[in-house]
Design a protein around this ligand. Structure first.
Ligand code: 4GX
Length: 225
């Protein structure tokens, strides 16, 4: 899968994506991360990417022309995505959908944001990684790339399958334990040491259901709809 990123700070990439599963995906060429510096799509002497907002107010807004020019120069034909708190919330079902494309084009905004015509007339989707305010779209882009990458065939090794995990059945994960059987006086639940696979399965299901009910009742509400 090819993932292109348009940003004022290409040097932030691959950043944390260089380690672990994503790092191996990149090294193996299963993921092809291509960075584009927004400033390279300006033509004036000052390479200006931002301007003051019409109507006044604090802060600067990214100009439309360099962003439009960059996107029009792309080679891929998958969705163009703007990372923004105004977007739809990223969740595992959206991640699965995005993982189905051969390529993605991610636009990272800075400052107060981007000219609204980027949102209305250029991008295919606007995506938010959560209801909090960051300083730019680069960390959200990395979050999206990480989540999508691990679903790309071959990226996640055989050490873990994306099958029986949290959210794939709309529940939180059951608790995991490893050795020692007693740590600082805290024992591993007996059932896990029993070797009764059917009972273990039943216990895990009930733990997953109970912690979802307690911690994330919103996930269960969504299931009922
Ligand atoms: N999930 N931010 C983007 C600038 C901006 C604002 C509006 C485009 C339109 C965020 C998030 C996030 C802060 C990234 C504002 N760019 N992005 N940036 N949460 O907080 O995605």
């Amino acid at each position: 899968m090819m993932i292109e990123v348009l940003t004022l700070f290409p040097e932030l990439f691959p950043g944390p994506l260089s380690g672990g599963v994503t790092g191996r995906g990149l090294a193996a060429g299963l993921l092809d991360l291509r960075l584009h510096n927004l400033r390279d799509y300006t033509h004036d002497r000052h390479r200006q990417v931002d301007d003051i907002p019409y109507g006044g107010g604090a802060g600067m807004v990214l100009k439309p022309e360099p962003i439009f020019e960059a996107v029009r120069a792309r080679t891929g034909n998958g969705p163009v995505i703007l990372l923004t708190p105004q977007g739809e919330l990223l969740n595992q079902s959206l991640v699965r959908n995005l993982a189905g494309y051969d390529d993605l084009y991610l636009i990272c905004g800075r400052y107060e944001g981007v000219d609204e015509r980027v949102a209305t007339d250029l991008v295919d989707r606007q995506i938010s990684i959560g209801d909090y305010v960051l300083t730019g779209g680069e960390l959200p882009a990395m979050v999206l790339i990480d989540a999508v990458s691990r679903l790309v065939a071959g990226v996640l090794g055989s050490e873990a399958s994306p099958k029986d995990e949290s959210f794939d059945h709309d529940l939180l994960e059951y608790p995991h334990y490893t050795r020692p059987a007693v740590f600082e006086g805290h024992a591993v639940p007996e059932v896990l040491l029993s070797g009764h696979h059917a009972e273990i399965e039943r216990w895990r299901r009930s733990q997953a259901a109970e912690r979802t009910r307690r911690r994330r009742p919103d996930l269960l509400d969504r299931l009922q709809r």
